[in-house]
Design a protein around this ligand. Structure first.
Ligand SMILES: [Zn+2]
Ligand SMILES: [Zn+2]
Length: 259
């Protein structure tokens, strides 16, 4: 399994993009950097796009991706929970015309083929098994475990807060791609933000190891990219890796991993 990190942050600037990974060139998760991170021909090779939740930084490239597929008279398959469809429909149906509504246009064969999914009901895209698992975020949100035909597994958390014991019981990834948005101590209570910090990641990894008996390789995404947050997150992650003897790498745009 080849994993390309097209976006590893929660914001966008010249060198950073919001959350987005591409697996084996055809399966994407989240749309924070899909058009800005890929050439047109790479975009057209995407056969399925999984979305974790409807926040802007995760869906933002969908309208433009729709346009690029529409121009080529191709369809793009998007899978997610119903709340993501509601948000997209709401945007596209804005009466003053937000953009071409690719959920319904062209009428005879709309560009976006949206499949609503049921969390915890595994399904297949090609030979890859997909399992959506509910996460702890401020809006309905799922993480995705992807299992290749060879049995390699990754889990991508999307946005989440702490308290992931129920998630860990359902998955067994070789690679854990998990959000760490903020440094420790920035908010009055880290536990109220629906995001993770290095300190909260440590607690979650301890819980993972208690439940599963091992720790997977960890790559963090959705980091706040601006100074001094970023330096504080990196320092915190180094400390956690040391304390748990864990393999933790902060993700970055252009990073590629082969499992
Ligand atoms: Zn979010
Ligand atoms: Zn986000």
């Amino acid at each position: 399994m080849n994993i390309q990190f097209l976006g590893a942050h929660n914001s966008e600037s010249k060198d950073v993009r919001p959350a987005c990974v591409l697996i084996d060139n055809f399966l994407a998760i989240d749309a924070g950097g899909l058009v800005s991170g890929l050439t047109f021909s790479e975009q057209m090779a995407i056969e399925a796009l999984l979305i974790t939740h409807h926040h802007y930084d995760h869906i933002k490239d969908i309208p433009m991706l729709g346009m690029n597929f529409y121009v080529k008279k191709e369809r793009i398959n998007i899978y997610s929970i119903p709340s993501v469809h509601e948000a997209l429909a709401y945007l596209f149906e804005y009466p003053g015309k937000f953009y071409t509504n690719f959920l319904t246009h062209p009428q005879e064969n709309p560009t976006i083929n949206f499949t609503p999914i049921e969390p915890l009901q595994a399904f297949f895209i090609k030979q890859y098994q997909i399992l959506a698992v509910p996460m702890k975020h401020s809006v309905p949100s799922v993480g995705y475990q992807i299992t290749t035909p060879q049995g390699k597994k990754l889990f991508y958390s999307g946005d989440t807060g702490h308290g992931l014991e129920a998630v860990w019981t359902r998955i067994s990834p070789d690679l854990l791609i998990i959000e760490v948005t903020l440094p420790d101590g920035l908010l009055k209570s880290d536990k109220e933000s629906y995001h993770l910090t290095p300190g909260l990641l440590k607690e979650e990894l301890i819980s993972f190891r208690n439940i599963k008996g091992y720790l997977p390789k960890v790559i963090t995404v959705h980091m706040s990219p601006q100074s001094p947050d970023r330096e504080m997150i990196d320092a915190g992650l180094k400390q956690v890796a040391l304390e748990l003897s864990a393999d933790i790498t902060p993700g970055y745009e252009g990073l590629q991993i082969t499992l």
